[in-house]
Design a binder for this molecule. Structure first.
Ligand code: SF4
Length: 200
């Protein structure tokens, strides 16, 4: 075949254009597009939230369809995390929902506790209680323990104003201001054993 330089470029250009068109409109591409699953957040209502796990306070977005949480991810507009979540924060979605390992269906997390669980001293059984009962009981026992063990002075007569029968352990779900209020409350009772578990 006798091909001039101009003819060569015409031929290769036409071949490239045909290939590109086939790539865009061809059957293979149509099949690939058909295979793309629908976004699970399509049509969802988005609500901002704050991670429940630690005092860093990363922002998230909850996507809800028909009252059901379908997705939870980092909020790219949040100034603290800018869309990123640590491994624990990324798993918040599974507090409420889990995927069934056999069917793949989204289901309510069967292990999620939504009611107060109480185990009496010496008992091996958990009882379900309501919040009113739990709050009353905690207040009553703290008051009794504090009143029974409060020391204004030690054995040498030095002022101590303390209660060593109660310990206070903070949790990572508390933010800085809540920790401040909790430790102030504990110190007001005379509690000296104050500790905190922060973050993961
Ligand atoms: S647990 Fe992780 S995602 Fe949640 S607030 Fe703390 S650092 Fe952020």
């Amino acid at each position: 075949m006798n091909l001039s330089r101009r003819s060569f470029f015409k031929l290769t250009g036409a071949t490239f254009a045909a290939g590109a068109l086939a790539e865009v409109f061809g059957p293979a591409n149509a099949l690939a597009a058909d295979a793309v699953p629908e976004l699970r957040i399509k049509g969802a209502t988005e609500s901002p939230t704050i991670c429940c796990y630690c005092a860093v306070g990363c922002g998230g977005i909850c996507s809800v369809i028909d009252g059901e949480l379908v997705n939870l991810e980092g909020d790219p507009d949040h100034p603290i995390n800018r869309g990123a979540l640590c491994s624990k924060g990324s798993a918040q979605f599974n507090i409420r929902n889990v995927y069934n390992p056999e069917t793949g269906a989204l289901e309510p997390n069967p292990y999620r506790l939504t009611k107060v669980q109480y185990r009496a001293p010496g008992s091996s059984e958990w009882e379900t209680k309501d919040w009113e009962w739990a709050i009353e009981e905690i207040a009553k026992r703290v008051k009794e323990t504090r009143d029974a063990n409060y020391e204004a002075t030690d054995a040498n007569g030095a002022t101590v104003n303390r209660c060593e029968a109660i310990g206070n352990l903070g949790g990572a779900g508390l933010d800085g201001e809540e920790c401040y209020a909790v430790q102030k409350f504990a110190r007001a009772l005379g509690v000296t054993f104050i500790e905190h578990q922060a973050r993961i």
